[in-house]
Design a protein around this ligand. Structure first.
Ligand code: NI
Length: 185
């Protein structure tokens, strides 16, 4: 089932999400619905708050960009209860980001290139690893959603000022996009 994507202005996007247990109701179905939703919106990542649920659940599909970045061929992963343990601040880079919850907004964001993450996979097996490259960026973007943050929060005051009009239209629900959304009103 394709779920509507909650856009900026929906309070759930500003909530800190909670860890879940294997008993979470209909988890397999929920994850499958998230993959279906991500596919039709042509995104590479989706966090549960973006479909209205304040829980720590993220899916990432980098297979879509594997033409440009072949190392991610077949990279499709589910992250349960992910937490960033540590940011390696020795190196950062800047790259344009967008978000299904902020349609029409694309801005460069500076982030550390390497992070230490802990998470559970779909079978609730524990993982503890250092991640770098493009995946580290996508994880930081998606895991931010679980802390009630969105990518524009990382912009300078000046950039925020420059996209003020776009953000205000987004908050009012004055925009078009190709997938099903749930705006504030
Ligand atoms: Ni996003």
């Amino acid at each position: 089932m394709i779920l509507p994507i909650y856009t900026l202005g929906q309070p759930v996007l500003r909530q800190v999400a909670e860890d879940i247990t294997p008993e979470y109701p209909e988890l397999k179905q929920l994850i499958s619905n998230m993959y279906e939703t991500l596919e039709q919106s042509e995104g590479i990542g989706l966090a549960a708050p973006q479909i209205g649920l304040p829980i720590r659940l993220v899916i990432i599909n980098l297979d879509l960009i594997s033409e440009d970045l072949p190392e991610y061929k077949g990279y499709i992963h589910t992250f349960i209860n992910p937490h960033i343990i540590e940011f390696d601040n020795t190196e950062t880079d800047s790259m344009e980001e967008g978000c299904l919850s902020l349609p029409g907004i694309h801005e460069p964001v500076r982030r550390p290139t390497r992070i230490h993450v802990k998470y559970l996979d779909e079978e609730f097996n524990e993982h503890d690893e250092w991640v770098d490259g493009y995946l580290a960026r996508v994880m930081q973007h998606e895991f931010d959603h679980l802390e009630g943050k969105v990518f524009v929060d990382h912009l300078s005051m000046l950039r925020k000022q420059m996209i003020k009009g776009k953000l205000s239209n987004l908050l009012k629900g004055n925009f078009r996009c190709s997938y099903k959304v749930k705006t504030k009103r």
